[in-house]
Write a protein that binds this ligand. Structure first.
Ligand code: HEM
Ligand code: HEM
Length: 195
């Protein structure tokens, strides 16, 4: 193909980052479903929330000490890089970007921040039947518990929106831009531009 840029395949996502991602997707989905549709007892919901907390702590550490593509410093970019990337967003061609692209990085940070706020407010919340309370609920005032609970309810909707957006953009890349980012998150490999 004449107008295809020279590309090579590189190892992008390390096994721990991939494991982190799929476990996160599983436990967030489980916590969300149990919170909305689960039994009155919140025990399982809490355990899924603790699993998410553990994964977020891992991700924070990995963002500083993990391999290059996993580091925050390698994918968090300024407004210029974001607007340069956005200009080519709708082009019907793969990005061949070696990592989270500058625009996608915003959604990564939004998801991680929303999840951190969700677990923190969950830990300060108590359930409507007052039987299940997060481990921090007794250390904060009744007013803080109430605010935390109402944020936690809102946060669950926000996470749903962010995850739906996340998956929609991945499908957009797959079918419009003809770039399969999902496969890369499974096998860790990605085609990037040859320098
Ligand atoms: C990503 C993690 C989490 C998600 C997605 C999530 C989601 C939800 C959802 C959807 C609800 C129901 C909200 C409603 O009543 O409309 C809920 C309620 C609740 N969650 Fe979480 N949650 C998470 C983590 C946690 C954690 C770590 C804790 C505490 C250890 C926690 C404690 C609670 C409590 C106490 C309630 C109130 C239950 C009730 O209304 O009776 N959550 N959560
Ligand atoms: C509750 C569900 C999900 C959550 C919370 C979630 C969260 C995330 C997060 C935080 C990242 C950034 C990874 C990093 O830390 O560097 C990410 C990346 C990614 N996720 Fe998900 N994810 C979810 C579901 C899915 C699903 C269902 C798929 C596949 C269909 C998927 C495919 C991907 C891919 C391919 C990337 C890498 C994107 C890129 O190349 O920049 N995710 N996801």
């Amino acid at each position: 193909m004449p107008d295809r840029p020279p590309v090579r395949e590189m190892k992008l996502w390390d096994p721990l980052l991939r494991g982190f991602h799929w476990l996160l997707a599983f436990f967030v989905t489980a916590a969300w479903l149990l919170g909305n549709y689960g039994p009155t007892s919140m025990t399982l919901h809490f355990w899924c929330g603790y699993a998410v907390t553990f994964l977020l702590v891992f991700r924070l550490i990995w963002g500083f000490v993990g391999p290059e593509p996993a580091r925050f410093s390698s994918f968090l970019r300024g407004p210029k890089a974001i607007s340069d990337y956005s200009r080519h967003f709708f082009l019907r061609e793969p990005s061949y970007w070696p990592g989270h692209n500058p625009l996608g990085a915003l959604s990564v940070i939004a998801m991680l921040a929303a999840l951190a706020a969700q677990v923190l407010t969950g830990m300060m919340s108590e359930s409507e039947n007052f039987i299940d309370a997060g481990p921090l609920a007794s250390s904060v005032s009744a007013a803080t518990r109430k605010t935390a609970k109402s944020y936690h309810d809102f946060g669950a909707d926000l996470i749903l929106v962010l995850v739906l957006l996340h998956v929609s953009v991945l499908l957009f890349y797959r079918f419009w831009k003809r770039e399969d980012l999902i496969k890369s998150m499974i096998n860790g490999r990605k085609q990037v531009r040859r320098d």
